[in-house]
Design a protein around this ligand. Structure first.
Ligand SMILES: [Zn+2]
Ligand SMILES: [Zn+2]
Length: 118
């Protein structure tokens, strides 16, 4: 493959933005990839910033799941407490206990989701 700006010159790499072959004279090495000098530099730089930032986005999603999970477990604890109070009158399989178990189940589910983002 040859440089897309200098047809007779062999390309030494691909621009990260436009995927075209570029020769030594036309490329700019941005550390995380090559770019066409004065043409795609800014776009590749923006692309690199975006890629470097995505782990942060993931951990933010993870902590979001963890917060929801903690809230669900708190609601579960309250429901189970209410259920324990009702247990003497209605037995252990009352609505509050069942709701508490359901909340606990989803709370654990969200914590498992959060772990996937670590
Ligand atoms: Zn380019
Ligand atoms: Zn060139």
């Amino acid at each position: 493959m040859n440089c897309f700006q200098h047809a007779p010159v062999a390309a030494v790499g691909l621009c990260k933005n436009c995927q075209r072959g570029i020769c030594l004279e036309c490329l700019t090495d941005l550390g995380d990839g090559l770019a066409c000098r004065n043409r795609c530099e800014q776009k590749v730089q923006a692309l690199n910033t975006l890629l470097n930032r995505s782990p942060g986005v993931y951990s933010a999603a993870g902590s979001g799941y963890r917060i929801v999970g903690a809230m669900l477990l708190a609601v579960a604890a309250m429901s189970l407490l209410a259920g324990a109070t009702d247990a003497q009158a209605k037995g252990w399989l009352n609505g509050s206990v069942l709701a508490g178990l359901a909340f606990a189940f989803f709370g654990v589910l969200f914590f498992r989701l959060a772990r996937r983002y670590r």
